[in-house]
Ligand binder design. Structure first.
Ligand SMILES: Cc1cc2nc3c(=O)[nH]c(=O)nc-3n(C[C@H](O)[C@H](O)[C@H](O)COP(=O)(O)OP(=O)(O)OC[C@H]3O[C@@H](n4cnc5c(N)ncnc54)[C@H](O)[C@@H]3O)c2cc1C
Length: 442
């Protein structure tokens, strides 16, 4: 708790509204604690700790609220208006825009956070709950890596995105990164140029000792490279932290269960299934693989099967601190996301990634789970217990095969091609939309 308050309060990263958010969260947690004789001592200690940490913040808040002479009087609306004037949110000024976001996956939520933090009004619509367990983003974890072999531009962008994630942790007041590093196996002849590329991009990269990752199987002639600053993003935790932040923000309206059925990219405006038309100054369509039903962006749709595993007991400790792995298996096409912080070990292979015509194309999930399990990413696969398998989709730009943010109107963007690295790069989309807002006339 001390660390979190310090992170909120220490200059230069001080943010009064973030601090107030943490304070509210901690109060709510203590409020819900059913105190028993056995833990009453702990409870009192935590209350004391909270008051001690929060005292300077409460003084600041009181000072701001006190700018209004005397106590608020009048009816509830007036009292609320006067109290909120002292609330530590940034209020819209003359330049504030109205941002419409379709889709509350990682792209839509982080964009909403970024725009609201910049003082803009934001409406986020999702066809389901917010966050939606059916979203591509809704999973236990995602890999956070920067190295893209032979691709300096993507490596540099990924390194920027990675730095944005550590800032986001502070802004949202939640830890959702597991900095366990990333191992990528590359062909022996790519080692020297990968090290040079990483050095140019400011990405730490080293060659670990042989056998350092013995539970993982690598291609015969592959060399494992270790990226210490990479790791795991706890995806569901990211989404929940963003939703918590947004749901307390007075400039944000979260609208679950509101499918958008039509998008007017020229206006820009959207129409919901209830027939309501909403107009914005800026629009972002971030409906993941469902975006193709709303905007005309040529994409290729991929379906992938992932399998969740439990390691054998004697390897549990090793896996708790193990890195993400790419380029695994005899063909170098498998990847692993390690367990930890309540998540399972997850694996898949590019061999189980297939192009499909639509989200509803028929499938044989058991066959594809078998393809993943036989891919050979683990040195001793039979010792692992299969917990679950899941089928999911993502779309890429039809021309480039990569993720893309496409301008679809004068003030409208779509992330129909969110791509296979769309989670870790979502903060870059948020930055782009926030920057674009500055260029749109109020
Ligand atoms: C198996 C797999 C592994 C991956 N691994 C990684 C990884 O390790 N690292 C990484 O960076 N990326 C990874 N990705 C990619 C990444 O998960 C996605 O690119 C990213 O999550 C897409 O997020 P999004 O917010 O754009 O879309 P989504 O998360 O799909 O969110 C779209 C939202 O829009 C809503 N919606 C849909 N239609 C409508 C409508 N008509 N009206 C209103 N709302 C609507 C949906 O309900 C949903 O909530 C992986 C993807 C897959 C499939």
């Amino acid at each position: 708790m001390r660390e979190r308050f310090a992170a909120c309060y220490e200059l230069p990263a001080f943010s009064l509204h973030r601090a107030a958010g943490v304070l509210t969260e901690q109060l709510a947690r203590l409020d819900q604690w059913h105190v028993t004789v056995a833990d009453a001592g702990d409870f009192c200690h935590q209350v004391e700790e909270l008051l001690r940490c929060a005292a300077p913040i409460l003084v600041d808040l009181a000072a701001r609220a006190g700018a209004e002479p005397g106590l608020p009087t009048g009816g509830p609306a007036e009292i609320q208006a006067r109290v909120l004037r002292g609330w530590p949110w940034r209020w819209p000024d003359m330049a504030a825009q109205r941002v419409l976001v379709v889709g509350a996956g990682v792209t839509g939520l982080l964009t909403a956070v970024r725009c609201a933090a910049a003082g803009h009004r934001v409406v986020v619509l999702d066809r389901g709950p917010v966050p939606n367990p059916a979203a591509t983003s809704f999973d236990q974890h995602r890999a956070l890596r920067a190295l893209h072999v032979d691709d300096p531009a993507t490596t540099a962008a990924a390194a920027t995105a990675r730095r944005r994630w550590s800032v986001l942790e502070g802004e949202l007041g939640e830890r959702f990164r597991r900095p366990v590093g990333v191992v990528t196996a590359v062909p022996a002849d790519a080692v020297a140029r990968s090290l040079a590329l990483a050095a140019d991009a400011g990405v730490g990269l080293s060659v670990p000792a042989p056998g350092a990752f013995a539970p993982v199987a690598f291609p015969d002639h592959g060399v494992a490279l270790f990226e210490p600053d990479g790791g795991v993003l706890l995806a569901e935790r990211v989404l929940r932290a963003a939703v918590r932040w947004l749901s307390h923000h007075p400039l944000v309206e979260l609208r679950p269960w509101q499918p958008v059925v039509d998008v007017d990219t020229a206006a820009p405006a959207v129409t919901t299934a209830r027939g309501e038309r909403l107009r914005g100054d800026v629009l972002l369509v971030a409906a993941g693989p469902w975006s193709r039903a709303l905007v005309d962006v040529p994409t290729t749709l991929y379906r992938q099967t992932v399998v969740y595993l439990r390691p054998p007991e004697d390897l549990a400790d090793w896996w708790e601190t193990a890195p993400c792995v790419g380029g695994a298996g005899p063909d170098g096409r498998s990847w692993l996301v390690p367990p930890g912080a309540g998540t399972d070990l997850k694996t898949s292979t590019a061999a189980a990634c297939r192009a499909v015509g639509s989200l509803d194309d028929p499938d044989d999930p058991d066959h594809w789970a078998d393809v993943v399990l036989r891919a050979g990413a683990l040195a001793d696969p039979d010792r692992y217990r299969v917990v679950a398998a899941r089928t999911c989709h993502y779309a890429v730009d039809a021309a480039t095969g990569a993720g893309a943010l496409t301008r679809v109107g004068p003030a409208a963007w779509a992330r129909a091609a969110s791509g296979g690295d769309g989670f870790r790069t979502a903060p870059l989309v948020a930055d782009h939309i926030a920057d674009a807002l500055a260029a749109v006339p109020a």
